[in-house]
Write a protein that binds this ligand. Structure first.
Ligand SMILES: NC(=O)c1ccc[n+]([C@@H]2O[C@H](COP(=O)([O-])OP(=O)(O)OC[C@H]3O[C@@H](n4cnc5c(N)ncnc54)[C@H](OP(=O)(O)O)[C@@H]3O)[C@@H](O)[C@H]2O)c1
Length: 266
């Protein structure tokens, strides 16, 4: 099967590092025209520059997903750079500064940040992009989430509660916009070795008074029956490549798990 997504125009959020950057790299290699975004301009420029060798049409625009009202400028920039047209949104995020934390440790400020980051910015971008997708009778909305929304974890209460409604969102969008060939799906990710994942586990290890290595082994490696983390570019990036292609056109309103068997949920 020759999966060709060359020339697809994709907006991918939270993409200067980690999972978002790994996916952007895979898509740049597949010939996609990309707009990347994250808060830190220097990191973003570095990421964009490093991808230009795969495709010169990779652009960056700084934005903060914890401020949904600020995202109009991001979409205007993306439309301008990509020829007034966007084929796909890949919605990825960072994490609230206070994560990981238990419910008792969270403040209302943490909740406000989390709901903006994990949910309202996804809704805002969806609202901004849908009219363009409807106009061209084609579009792909892909929201990245975590296996933990199906098997909630105390320490990820902010993420699990704030981003689980994306599942309901894609179901409703799939019903309302299928007639326009716009598909919407959520991906539940397992563990990928990124700076963000290690930072989060390091903070937790300190709280628990155990070593990072012990916690990484227990909470990440041992939890998966495959006894390893996933490969962002090869495994997750290939799934997303398929979802962006013509071959995935019958998949919508779905929750797709790529977690190395970590979740116990069916
Ligand atoms: N890694 C895993 O194992 C794993 C598993 C399941 C789910 N996830 C989820 O996947 C997402 C990405 O994880 P990761 O491990 O790749 O994280 P990461 O290594 O910390 O990378 C996060 C990226 O998001 C950007 N970012 C952070 N906050 C942002 C904000 N408010 N607005 C815009 N951009 C922002 C960062 O750049 P700036 O700091 O410059 O903004 C960076 O480019 C997270 O939501 C995480 O919960 C990760």
């Amino acid at each position: 099967m020759n999966v060709n997504i060359n020339g697809k125009k994709v907006l991918i959020t939270a993409s200067s590092e980690g999972i978002g950057f790994g996916i952007a790299k895979k898509l740049a290699r597949e010939g996609c025209r990309l707009v990347l975004t994250s808060r830190n301009k220097e990191k973003l420029n570095k990421a964009v520059e490093s991808l230009k060798k795969y495709n010169p049409e990779v652009y960056g625009f700084p934005s903060d997903l914890s401020k949904p009202d600020s995202l109009d400028d991001l979409v205007s920039f993306a439309l301008e750079k990509l020829g007034n047209d966007i084929d796909a949104l890949i919605y990825n995020t960072g994490n609230p500064p206070s994560e990981p934390s238990t419910f008792a440790e969270t403040t209302m400020e943490d909740w406000l940040y989390s709901v903006n980051l994990y949910l309202l910015s996804a809704i805002k971008l969806t609202k901004l992009l849908l009219p363009h997708m409807v106009r061209k009778r084609n579009g792909r909305l892909i929201y990245l989430s975590s296996w933990t929304v199906k098997q909630p974890q105390s320490i990820f209460v902010l993420a699990d509660v704030s981003r689980s409604p994306l599942i309901q969102l894609v179901k409703i969008i799939s019903k309302d916009y299928g007639q326009f060939n716009v598909t919407a799906n959520v991906i539940l990710m397992g563990s990928f070795e990124t700076e963000g994942a290690k930072r989060s586990l390091r903070r937790l290890a300190e709280k628990l008074g155990i070593s990072f290595d012990e916690l990484w082994q227990k909470e990440v490696i041992s939890r998966s029956p495959l006894k390893r983390t996933g490969d962002v570019e090869k495994e997750l990036g290939s799934l997303i490549t398929y979802l962006l292609s013509e071959f995935s056109s019958y998949i919508t309103g779905s929750v797709i798990q790529i977690d190395g068997g970590t979740s116990d949920a069916i």
